[in-house]
Design a protein around this ligand. Sequence first.
Ligand code: PMV
Length: 360
Amino acid sequence: MIVNEFIPKPYTQLLDRGAVAYSAPSNIALVKYWGKKVHQIPANSSISFTLNNCKTATALRFEKKTSKGFSFEVFLDGKLQDDFKPKIEQFFSRIEVYVPFLSSYHFVIETSNTFPHSSGIASSASGMSALALCLMQIEQQLDPAISKEFFNTKASFLARLGSGSACRSIEGNLIVWGSHANIEGSSDLVGIKYPYEVHHKFKNYRDTILLVDKGEKQVSSTVGHNLMHDHPFAEQRFAQAHSNMEALIPVLKSGDLKAFISIVEQEALTLHAMMMSSNPYFILMKPNTLEIINKLWAFRAKTGLHVCFTLDAGANVHVLFPDNEADEVQEFIATELAEHCQNGHYIEDKLGLGAEPIKI
Ligand code: PMV
């Protein structure tokens, strides 16, 4: 699939060298993307909260070269990270047609995450979006006429080709990816800002991430997505995601948090149900994931507070709650849930506004 609008005009002049940098946030899906077609096209539409504190900062230094092919080095927290290279190499080859200067430069990629290394929080969304944004900064230096809107749209388009959910990590604070007839402007190719009214109860919505298991995932999301191809429940799942997207529209407008909670928790558990019913099957939740969910449900029943959970492809639990209930919920997390986290660790986050350039 070649999307012509993202192929630049031939550059009149290439810069000899330079440096750019961007910081991009992670995101957490409310309606999940699980299953894809070729060229990173999602099997269903999804919607996510952009986070504020969990971010990747990436600097990209470039210098003209004459040799053929891609040439780059990657550093994480100042240390050479050769095991990141295959994913970046694959990303570069997927996007080269849209970013033809890629093979003209040697790149030094220096990256770091605000969340602890190997916290079990996927850094691919924030990492790929930060890298895509750096590449767009270079493109903007080569073609200063490009608009802010095109900059963000193309960054999302490129990021998607690195890691699907990364296309939702460019802007804030509610992002839709995947075409849905009821969501104007939605697209399989890029994330867009959710275009309809959102109730003030969602302002500064909180997400505290409970780090249940900081280890490497046993099954990568690439493998998980692929297992949806011959999955016995795939079609029902895609239809469910589609109707949950539709159901969220009036809920986001009215601020009906009870309805919000039931959609979000159903999505989280269905994601894991898909993993547990694929062939081969697998389980990413840990005993502490279930301990936390049960305690959270009991706390909600007792207090009537609007706290709920979601999960991504791992054992960690994202605890979501409105800003005005933060005091009680944070106290509950510290006293009741932290004991189920590895070394008692959790990260307090909230809705964020999206990626930002870094001065370099
Ligand atoms: O972007 P990927 O390929 O890492 O897939 C992410 C999938 C989930 O995090 C489980 C769901 C989602 O929509 O973010």
